[in-house]
Design a protein around this ligand. Structure first.
Ligand code: FES
Length: 351
């Protein structure tokens, strides 16, 4: 299409007017359609409906207050290590579940109350507001305050005492949840991070078969996971105990072991190391047979099991703790005591 065609097609009005000897402005293509007439809600015309909405809002704010009290009470009611079964989540920490549920309800109820208040009782009349200069003049500022006062009036904040009281209660109680969270800074762990379930004479139990391990069960190059004798997978405290006591068993050729102490603490080249990564505590699961390296899948810390569990790569801060093992009179692998250093990540009292 030529420029001439385009101008002819796009400016018919101009051409029309030019034909009569004068170019007149084209009509405004974005004419202001104006506001549709305001339709009052039932709450605007029926005080009983308005009072019902008011009670609903108050109920939601009251629910928030109850949930906040429940949040605080959860800290007192539930021991930190209590595990419960909750469908469909399975076994969860009772304390964490209660905290999450109550805080969620407390915040949701405040939000739902505010939305219901705005939708049913606050003014919903649309008011046009023309654009103006960005700099606010004293008159404009005065207008803002006047609008604010008008908003307060229209929201019925002053008139609806029940809403005002319950909302103030809900908003002032919710921050208490944050104060209670400070409890998580204590108590001090004392000796709990320094000991595990391993004791002298405890058999090493294969975590897959639940059977005590014999030296002949451990092939060269294989990686076996073990737990302490007497620890049932169904025990309530299983997760707490295994989180510190989980063990990796590997058989090395004794001549490949570079560390003298490691050799003394092993049995015929079978070495037992903590499975808990010394970075931030992920379970280690990958073993490279040729190099005797184990790799933590979380951040790729790599440890050399033929050299005292030394860190050779990655962010881990110290070597994997080794468990001293031997064989008992019945031919089963057993521990000769607990780990001699804390397992898992570094912590500030570790020393
Ligand atoms: S937890 Fe193992 S490398 Fe980070």
């Amino acid at each position: 299409m030529s420029n001439e065609d385009m101008s002819e097609e796009n400016l018919p009005s101009e051409r029309e007017h030019a034909h009569h000897g004068a170019v007149e402005p084209v009509g405004d293509p974005f004419a202001d359609p104006g506001l549709p007439p305001h339709e009052p809600r039932r709450q605007d015309i029926d005080e009983r409906t308005a009072r019902r909405s008011e009670r609903t809002v108050a109920l939601l704010f009251t629910l928030s207050m109850i949930a906040t009290v429940g949040f605080i009470a959860s800290y007192v009611i539930f021991p930190i290590d209590k595990i419960v079964y909750i469908f469909p989540f399975g076994h969860v920490s009772a304390l964490n579940f209660a905290l999450g549920l109550t805080l969620g309800v407390a915040l949701f109820a405040i939000g739902a109350g505010a939305v219901h208040w705005a939708r049913t009782l606050m003014s919903d009349e649309e008011v046009p507001d023309d654009r103006h200069a960005i700099e606010a003049s004293p008159e404009v500022r005065e207008q803002v305050f006047a609008d604010f006062r008008q908003g307060v009036k229209e929201s019925q904040y002053g008139r609806r005492k029940l809403i005002r009281t319950t909302m103030m209660g809900a908003l002032s109680l919710v921050p208490l949840s944050g104060v209670v969270l400070l409890r998580d800074l204590g108590p001090l762990p004392e000796k709990k991070l320094r000991t595990t379930a391993w004791r002298k004479g405890m058999k090493l139990i294969n975590q897959n078969t639940d059977q005590p391990l014999r030296p002949e069960d451990i092939g060269v190059g294989s990686l076996t996971f073990a737990k302490p004798e007497g620890l049932s997978d169904d025990a309530e405290n299983f997760q707490t105990v295994i989180a510190k006591a989980a063990l990796m068993i590997v058989r090395l050729n004794p001549e490949d072991i570079k560390d003298k102490r490691e050799l003394d603490w092993s049995h015929q080249g079978i070495v037992a190391y903590s499975k808990i990564c010394t970075h931030v505590g992920c379970p280690i699961s990958l073993y490279e047979q040729q190099t005797h390296h184990v790799l933590c899948p979380c951040h790729q810390s790599t440890f050399d099991l033929s050299d005292g569990g030394r860190v050779i790569f990655g962010p881990a801060g110290h070597a994997l703790p080794q468990l001293r093992i031997s064989v008992n009179a019945q031919g089963y692998l057993e521990a000769l005591g607990d780990f001699e250093e804390p397992v898992g990540p570094s912590f500030w009292e570790r020393g």
